[in-house]
Design a binder for this molecule. Sequence first.
Ligand SMILES: [Zn+2]
Length: 139
Amino acid sequence: MTDETMTASTLPQAPLHEWTPERIAALIALWNEGLTTSQMGLRLGITKNAVVGKVHRLGLPKRQSPIRKVAAREEKPMGEVIKLDKLTGDMCCWPDGEPGTDEFRFCGKKSVADKPYCADHCRRAYVRVTKDGRKIAVA
Ligand SMILES: [Zn+2]
């Protein structure tokens, strides 16, 4: 008897590239979880391009990458936020962040005499690169 062979060959198995309602539901679930298209492709057993194409055809809403959001938050410097109205003459006015947004702030450390910046930012502001590629302070 060849029962095993019979069973295997008669199993209803959809080809991997076929978008059954279950696979579309899985795609949408993974999309909403925030997985990258390549991660989704791995889970679904298809290429990244197939995922991108299907997402586009389904018209799924664009997501913000949660990975990038976390990274941006970690980069944000801690401490007091110095806005323009708090900035005084002896404070470093090195700008930080995107002007016009809540992120925008100033360094606010004590500035070096006769300079608008603190010692750290003076070094960054008044640096010249010589012909042979060396960086020299010109402050
Ligand atoms: Zn500074």
